[in-house]
Write a protein that binds this ligand. Structure first.
Ligand code: 6PG
Length: 250
């Protein structure tokens, strides 16, 4: 991937990355609602999004966002109950949905209770089909998908060396991940690639070496699944802090 095909924005620190992400979210939400009547977004997991959620719930942003016209999905989920502190849904609910009063009917968590991981993937896939009104072989086109990147190059729950990285037909995959010793439910590569806008948020020096390989290195999606977004159809924006960007060229 040449960075020119993607938009790379290097920010001073993680707060500045969160502010840039909040600005993009707000702008894209307003544009989507104006053009199509709603805004469909898939939230990323991990710890980085916490700053973004807190900003969006703050006085600086909350009144600029058409919350009642937004449909929230998750790019991936850990195989834990929604009450578990490691749940990506719990983080978003505690730090954003509950604070701004998002209607729960507009939030689609990955189901992780009382079913198997495979059944959860099937159900989440069916929910996507229904909410996006697509045919069985079509891919949903999210207005925005937020993604993070692990220091091993994974994104969403597409981890190095896993079969999920090679899924090209299903919308949602249940994948056992040795590295985290749990099942993960993840949007598949074609769904990520089909978004109108993808925004990566990557911060911290521990990701600098991997980010250099993902951005500038030879294509190797089994080692660096984040490189799957080189095939993205829409706009890909990398919001990174100086620490993570320190080994990037140019
Ligand atoms: C997850 C995520 C994952 C995350 C990266 C980065 O469920 O863990 O979806 O892809 O975005 O691991 O995580 P941090 O933001 O915590 O570094």
């Amino acid at each position: 991937m040449t960075v020119a095909q993607h938009h790379l924005q290097v920010k001073d620190n993680s707060d500045a990355v969160a502010r840039a992400a909040a600005d993009m979210f707000t702008r894209l939400a307003q544009e989507a609602v104006e053009e199509r009547g709603r805004f469909t977004v898939a939230l990323s997991g991990g710890s980085t999004p916490r700053l973004l959620y807190r900003l969006l719930a703050s006085d600086a942003y909350r009144d600029r966002v058409p919350w009642d016209r937004i449909v929230f999905f998750f790019g991936d989920e850990r195989w834990v109950p929604p009450t578990d502190d490691s749940s990506n849904y719990k983080l978003a609910n505690d730090e954003l949905f509950a604070k701004v009063g998002v209607d729960p009917a507009n939030v689609f968590p990955v189901p992780t209770v009382g079913i198997s991981p495979g059944e959860a993937a099937d159900q989440y896939e069916q929910t996507l089909v229904e909410v996006f009104g697509i045919g069985q072989m079509e891919m949903p086109s999210f207005d925005l998908i937020f993604l993070g990147m692990g220091d091993d190059g994974h994104t969403a729950s597409l981890f190095p060396g896993t079969d999920a990285c090679h899924e090209r037909e299903r919308l949602v995959v249940a994948q056992w991940v040795d590295k985290v010793n749990m099942y993960r439910i993840t949007l598949s590569p074609p769904v990520l690639q089909n978004a109108r806008n993808v925004v990566f948020m990557v911060t911290g020096a521990d990701k600098a070496e991997t980010l250099k390989e993902v951005v500038h290195g030879p294509l190797n999606i089994d080692m660096y699944p984040s490189q799957l977004l080189r095939e993205a159809k829409g706009e890909v924006t990398w919001l990174v802090d100086k620490a993570a960007a320190k080994l990037l060229e140019g």
